[in-house]
Design a protein around this ligand. Structure first.
Ligand SMILES: *Cc1c(COP(=O)(O)O)cnc(C)c1O
Length: 768
């Protein structure tokens, strides 16, 4: 895109004029919309050109895209962020005012953020990848704390408008359920490559009623029916399910999933036919990646649509085998989707028939049994359906893919070893370095030149500067500035003061027992007690920063939030430790908050029980921004250590190969008998130490000590080795050695660019 300030300002004035406002007096929303639209107008030619290209394209099907704020990243990628800032300044407008704009939080956490990173990286690598998903009216809930308890509020992300998207009324399609039909109306958002002119598309479907208002029906006294249909139709994309790594099996969720894949495939089929292309050769023009099981209904839907064109089941299945590929994101049983057959039959009878046919086909091939059953006792197992049909099945980090082969999909791996591949997750260095840490980025570019922004392994050239005093000073200075900026933000939003000379120890991610925020919380309490009693001396001042949303129905997760908030209140109001400790749980952790936090952290806590975190991507964001990891040998932490060296990180805890043996004889009570200080911390969950009107903390206590599954995630088992690692971090902080470790992580982050990930998908899976 060619930048022309006069043209931009003229367009902006015109758009503001249309909206009945001008220049500096326009309110934020008007300005945001005008600026965005002025840019979209200039983007159109590139976008249209991209659409018309006759290349084979990949459709990335995902129920979630955790996009965050678009305006800054779009301007950055167009190479006009500085120019627009300057142009607006001539009108007395500060571009920073757009930091008020809502995040598009159309996803829960890592999985949705990954999808957003992949779209950006593909556009930057000039790979023809388009996203297909749902345009939820309300995204992930907004989180507030009231008396330390999580409260959820609706996320009205459209309240600033959605000026980057284009509604394509003429491309709407009808989606039929057994009981009613709805329209799917696509909203297209440009996905802009970094300074390369490539514009791919994110197409999000919105559900709408077939008859907005049909007078003939009204005459026949069917007004009530219309109202119900309208309600049903708008309900489908009304809200994102706020569950991360759990499966609810609800009928509305089934409708969402089917609506998304049916609308996307019908749209693709229609265009294919209009272009005179043969549907039996669909794989010559398309390939589809299924992001987890949420879009797996695309397989039976594709078969249904092919059958409707007169293609026989066996041939249709053969086409699907070439078209679809599947990414698994978790090994947790409670997250592997299953659908109750009776329910599917009721709303999608044809789809259920096809699923049963797939089961019969698998049986004929001698693989539809036991752990591989697609349908068993009237329940459909979506991961099995995906593995049976898809050409490739990938895990998201080396250790995770190995677990899939050895355990989760063991029997499948025996039947189809060639299907299984690994593609380690990645993050886009544009959002997670250039945008969130511009000063550090400038220091890097000043030393190693341009190039690393789109070829991240080049960042290793910085290695020769790791010993350079000036560079180390710059790193320290910028980290401190970032901490000061975060601290000011947290003071304003959370009312807690974090001195910038404190060590910033950060754990931000969804709240889940397997991620073990409880382990971190117990350690904070342990340190607090230790300092008070004089048992812990010379502890360098530390701010423990938490951020996490809990699924609204996940009781224990909400209880852990309450526990941490209680600890924070106790510590922050105790003047005797004011020069040593601060604890804060930030409210409403989201992409924009992450951008501020990631570049200000000294330590990144990645402490899941080994084998549970498929990959993690938060760990990569911190690493790239020059942060050491305090973590277990889990997910991509393993590869982070391979790249940056274990000696430059702080690794602790049981290894994945030990877990099974440990669990056989494990007694959490025994651990507490041997560690009375830890015992006191655990007891505080049950002995009234903390205000807990709802009695939630006792549930956390019970989860650690009661029943067959007591301390399922080995919190107490790993505690001692965790504390040792945490004390080592504290000892090293502030030393030259610690700066070296931090910088070694930054210089070795090259592997974790999403550019590398999407290229691997393109080569190993999509054959683009
Ligand atoms: C990156 C990111 C995540 C994923 O974090 P993990 O530590 O990998 O679980 C979740 N939420 C947001 C807002 C993120 O930016």
């Amino acid at each position: 895109m060619v930048w022309n300030e006069n043209k931009f300002l003229k367009e902006l004035d015109y758009l503001l004029h249309l909206a009945g406002a001008d220049g500096a007096q326009a309110d934020g929303k008007l300005l945001y919309n005008a600026v965005s639209k002025a840019v979209v107008a200039d983007l159109y030619a590139d976008w249209e050109e991209n659409r018309r290209r006759k290349t084979r394209r990949c459709g990335y099907f995902s129920a979630e895209f955790l996009i965050g704020r678009t305006i800054f990243s779009n301007l950055l990628n167009l190479g006009i962020l500085g120019e627009v800032r300057a142009a607006l300044a001539t009108r007395g407008i500060a571009i920073e005012s757009f930091e008020e704009v809502e995040d598009a939080a159309l996803g829960n956490g890592g999985l949705g953020r990954l999808a957003a990173c992949y779209l950006e990286s593909a556009a930057t690598q000039n790979i023809p990848l388009d996203g297909y998903g749902l345009r939820y009216r309300y995204g992930l809930f907004k989180q507030k704390f009231v008396d330390g308890y999580q409260k959820e509020e609706a996320d009205d992300w459209l309240k600033w408008g959605d000026p980057w998207s284009v509604r394509k009324e003429s491309e709407r399609v009808r989606v039929d359920f057994a009981d009613y039909s709805v329209y799917g109306v696509p909203y297209d958002t440009p996905v802009i490559g970094y300074k390369n002119g490539t514009v791919n598309t994110l197409r999000l479907w919105q559900s709408e009623p077939i008859d907005a208002f049909d007078f003939s029906l009204f005459d026949e006294m069917k007004g009530e029916e219309i109202a119900i249909d309208n309600f049903n139709a708008t309900k489908i994309t009304a809200v994102l399910y706020p569950n991360d790594n759990t499966d609810e099996g609800k009928i509305l969720r089934l409708r969402q999933q089917y609506f998304m894949v049916s609308a996307s495939l019908q749209d693709i089929f229609k265009k294919q036919k209009e272009a005179g292309r043969c549907l039996t050769k669909l794989d010559g023009d398309f390939v589809f990646q299924l992001n987890d099981t949420h879009p797996v209904l695309a397989i039976p839907e594709c078969i249904r649509l092919l059958e409707r064109e007169g293609i026989a089941f066996d041939e249709a299945l053969g086409i699907c085998r070439k078209l679809f590929h599947f990414t698994n994101h978790t090994i947790m049983a409670e997250a592997l989707e299953r659908w109750n057959g009776e329910m599917v039959k009721r709303v999608l009878p044809q789809i259920w028939e096809i699923i049963e046919k797939l089961q019969k086909t698998a049986e004929k091939e001698g693989i539809g049994d036991g752990a591989r059953a697609i349908v068993k006792d009237g329940v459909a197992y979506m991961a099995n359906l995906a593995v049976f049909v898809c050409g490739k099945v990938n895990g998201v980090a080396e250790i995770h893919t190995e677990i899939l082969k050895k355990s989760t999909f063991k029997d499948w791996y025996t039947a189809y070893p060639q299907k299984f591949v690994n593609v380690t997750n990645g993050i886009t260095p544009r959002r997670w370095m250039l945008l969130n840490n511009p000063k550090m980025s400038a220091e890097i570019t000043a030393r190693i030149g341009e190039g690393w922004q789109t070829d991240l392994p080049q960042i290793e050239k910085l290695k020769t500067f790791v010993t350079d005093g000036e560079f180390r000073d710059a790193f320290r200075r910028i980290k401190t500035e970032n901490k000061r900026r975060l601290s000011a933000y947290i003071r304003r939003h959370e009312g807690v003061d974090l001195p910038e000379n404190f060590l910033f120890d950060v754990q931000v991610k969804r709240l889940h027992e397997y991620k073990r925020q409880l382990l971190n919380a117990l350690s904070v309490l342990y340190i607090y007690n230790g300092i008070k009693k004089g048992e812990i001396k010379n502890f360098k001042p530390t701010a423990f920063i938490f951020g996490a949303k809990a699924a609204p129905g996940y009781y224990n997760a909400k209880a852990i939030i309450k526990f941490i908030n209680e600890i924070a209140k106790r510590v922050n109001t105790d003047l005797s430790v004011a020069d040593k400790l601060r604890v804060v749980f930030v409210q409403n952790y989201n992409v924009s908050y992450a951008e501020k936090i990631v570049c200000a952290a000294d330590v990144s806590e990645q402490i899941s029980m080994a084998g549970m975190e498929a990959s993690g991507t938060g760990n990569m964001k911190f690493m790239l921004n020059g942060t050491v990891t305090l973590g277990t040998m889990d997910g991509a932490n393993v590869e982070i250590c391979e790249e940056a060296g274990v000696e430059n990180n702080y690794i602790f805890g049981a290894r994945v190969e030990d877990i099974e043996t440990v669990k056989k004889t494990y007694s959490p009570k025994e651990i507490l008998e041997k560690n009375t200080r830890l015992k006191a911390c655990v007891e505080s969950l049950a002995d009234g130490t903390f205000e807990d009107g709802e009695g939630m903390l006792k549930a956390v206590y019970d989860s650690l000590l009661c029943g067959k599954e007591a301390d399922k995630y080995l919190v107490l088992y790993d505690f001692e080795s965790y504390m040792r690692a945490k004390f080592r971090v504290n000892e090293d902080y502030g030393t030259e050695e610690f700066v070296t470790k931090s910088l070694m992580n930054m210089t070795k982050a090259g592997k974790f660019s999403a550019d590398r990930s999407v290229r691997e998908y393109a080569e190993k899976i999509w054959e683009l």
